[in-house]
Design a protein. Structure first.
Length: 376
């Protein structure tokens, strides 16, 4: 199963080439130096990126790792999640949030989301807490932070941890602070299509807890802090220097790129407001959204997606099936109708083109095409 389903057309859903072109002059000399020096794993580029990203997010420690799924697993393991422990998460996340739990024998417990913002519902979380609950895993979906105030209050009251899944929210914030700095530990992905993306797979774990950071770093290097001395059974999940150099260059542009996404979201709002059959996304009060995705809701979504493709407009679906109803999690016994808001949204959500280099003209074409196809 891929992370998303995307059609690629004349107005692209995503333009990664434009981002790469913008950083090429900075990155290529670094890559050449890495080739000459054979410095591929760890080293100054990785440690510099970790420092810079920690400062950006507002945490004391960042540990760069191989990808976002590994970041989640390492975060879960670092807080002491054991086989059989329960982790509460939204039903409408990407499967990696649950997959990382399953890989260590933990049990993902899925809950519904609120209908306005499609973010994890604190009331549903509270109803799902048991004596086996080890952590709540709020997902900062589509580019805005989950309701962290109520989530953190629940966690404190029940003596459990909060692990943020911040894979879609680099730079997003709420009144409590920036995504990635709002739980005990957080994980993110730098998959190329993210707001801050590499030239391949990469990820990071973020925390203010130096002890947790040390455990994550140890686990990611085969459970070893000293060569051939292994403190625990770990994995091979280190960030490579090639990706770190790309991420450093893009991090310097991230605020400007996120502002371009916000401007594009504002244009969509102007272009699409009042169109019958199109429900626009809403920003939660107090949030600063970074619009990783611009997700509308429409009836006859699959027909609309196909018609947009015929009209030359790239679009995506994030995600067509809620995780607990996928075949991978059939063993949990979840039933259709158990997550009514998330399931209803999954049948109607449609992601429109969104990237920092998206032009007003491209948006006008996409909006006009959407208006035409929903009216059919």
């Amino acid at each position: 199963m891929t992370e998303n389903t995307i059609t690629r057309q004349d107005v692209p859903f995503l333009d990664l080439a434009a981002q790469q072109a913008e950083v090429a002059d900075e990155v290529l000399p670094v890559w050449e130096a890495q080739l000459r020096g054979a410095a591929f794993i760890g080293g100054s580029e990785v440690s510099a990126f970790e420092r810079e990203y920690a400062e950006y997010v507002g945490v004391d420690h960042v540990v760069g790792v191989s990808n976002g799924t590994d970041a989640l697993e390492l975060a879960y393991r670092a807080i002491g999640v054991q086989p059989g422990d329960e982790l509460i998460m939204p039903a409408n996340t990407f499967i990696a949030t649950a997959e990382a739990a399953s890989r260590i024998g933990a049990v993902p417990v899925f809950v519904d989301v609120d209908d306005e913002h499609l973010l994890i519902d604190p009331d549903a979380v509270e109803a799902a807490i048991t004596d086996r609950t080890r952590a709540i895993v709020p997902v900062h979906l589509f580019g805005q932070t989950a309701p962290m105030g109520p989530i953190r209050a629940l966690a404190e009251r029940h003596g459990i941890d909060v692990v943020e899944d911040a894979a879609q929210a680099q730079g997003a914030s709420s009144e409590a602070g920036r995504a990635g700095a709002l739980g005990r530990v957080a994980a993110t992905s730098f998959y190329p299509g993210k707001n801050l993306g590499g030239a391949g797979d990469a990820g990071a774990v973020m925390t203010d807890d130096g002890g947790l950071a040390a455990i994550v770093r140890n686990l990611a290097a085969h459970g070893s802090s000293i060569k051939y001395v292994h403190d625990r059974v770990g994995v091979n999940a280190r960030l490579d220097a090639v990706q770190a150099s790309v991420l450093r260059a893009k991090l310097r542009r991230l605020e400007r790129w996120n502002e371009a996404r916000r401007a594009a979201a504002g244009r969509y709002g102007e272009l699409l407001t009042g169109i019958d059959g199109v429900r626009l996304p809403a920003v939660r009060p107090g949030n600063t959204d970074v619009w990783h995705l611009y997700v509308v809701r429409v009836d006859e979504r699959d027909r609309v997606l196909a018609d947009l493709g015929d009209a030359g407009i790239g679009a995506g679906i994030h995600y067509p099936t809620v995780v607990p109803l996928t075949e991978a999690y059939a063993s949990l016994g979840c039933r259709p109708g158990q997550f009514p808001v998330a399931e209803r949204a999954a049948a109607r959500i449609l992601s429109l083109p969104m990237f920092p280099h998206l032009t007003a003209g491209q948006q006008e074409r996409a909006a006009q095409a959407l208006q035409n196809v929903v009216a059919r």
